[in-house]
Design a protein around this ligand. Structure first.
Ligand SMILES: Cc1cc2c(cc1C)N(C[C@H](O)[C@H](O)[C@H](O)COP(=O)(O)O)c1[nH]c(=O)[nH]c(=O)c1N2
Length: 212
């Protein structure tokens, strides 16, 4: 199957206009069939040894999301204490989650025991299952953008507090909490770039020819 030039351009448009959304969520409900398309895109991510280590916990319940938010607040306060002086104040000024504003939360997990002890491609590097679940997150993020849905990844939370709120077993790793919903607008560039936290690095500095 060949990808046409228009289809190629559409993919790049999705890639470059995808943003991490924290503050522009609308309360509009996300239709089940749209969410299913996005989750199915995630489920078609590559995975080491075709392990498909992911599960998706879909959370609409406000009370459960309040528990997730409380877990964020704890980890967020710990994080603020790790920065010094002006950086701490700037960190505190950032909005870094939309847990209660986005109508849907999805927890993407990794079952490190799925498909047995020895997995093709994971023998030398056991963390490859976690990378696979991250591939699912990226697929989800891009598919959501193609559906004009915003996604925000919240990682400022301890795994155990996510496990507790969602009843996730001990051996499952909660890889990502994703806030999902329609948005009033998408920023053109990353918010941390706009805030002067960090610039986008030049590709030329990152591409090495033949040797590091
Ligand atoms: C693994 C991981 C974890 C997080 C993030 C991303 C990724 C990949 N990002 C989003 C991150 O800040 C954002 O992707 C970059 O700033 C670049 O912006 P765009 O995604 O291009 O808008 C993120 N953002 C946020 O507000 N709270 C968070 O806890 C996290 N955690």
């Amino acid at each position: 199957m060949t990808i046409s030039a228009d289809e190629r351009d559409a993919l790049y448009k999705v890639i470059y206009s995808r943003r991490d959304v924290r503050g522009q969520f609308l309360a509009d409900p996300v239709p089940e069939e749209v969410l299913r398309r996005v989750l199915d895109a995630a489920h078609h991510a590559p995975s080491v040894g075709f392990m498909q280590p992911w599960d998706f916990v879909v959370v609409r319940d406000f009370e459960v999301r309040k528990q997730i938010k409380a877990g964020f607040e704890t980890a967020h306060a710990e994080a603020a204490a790790m920065f010094e002086g002006a950086k701490r104040e700037q960190y505190r000024s950032f909005k870094l989650e939309g847990i209660l504003e986005a109508p849907v939360g999805v927890c993407v997990t990794c079952d490190r025991t799925r498909s047995g002890e020895v997995v093709i491609g994971r023998t030398a590097n056991p963390e490859m299952d976690l990378y696979s679940s991250v591939c699912a997150v990226q697929n989800l993020w891009l598919a959501a953008r193609a559906e004009n849905l915003g996604v925000g990844w919240v990682s400022i939370i301890h795994h155990d507090s996510v496990r507790q709120a969602l009843g996730i077993p001990e051996h499952i790793v909660p890889v990502a909490w994703l806030c999902i919903g329609y948005v009033s607008f998408f920023h053109d560039t990353p918010e941390l770039e706009q805030a002067g936290w960090l610039p986008r690095l030049a590709l030329e500095e990152l591409v090495h020819q033949e040797q590091w």
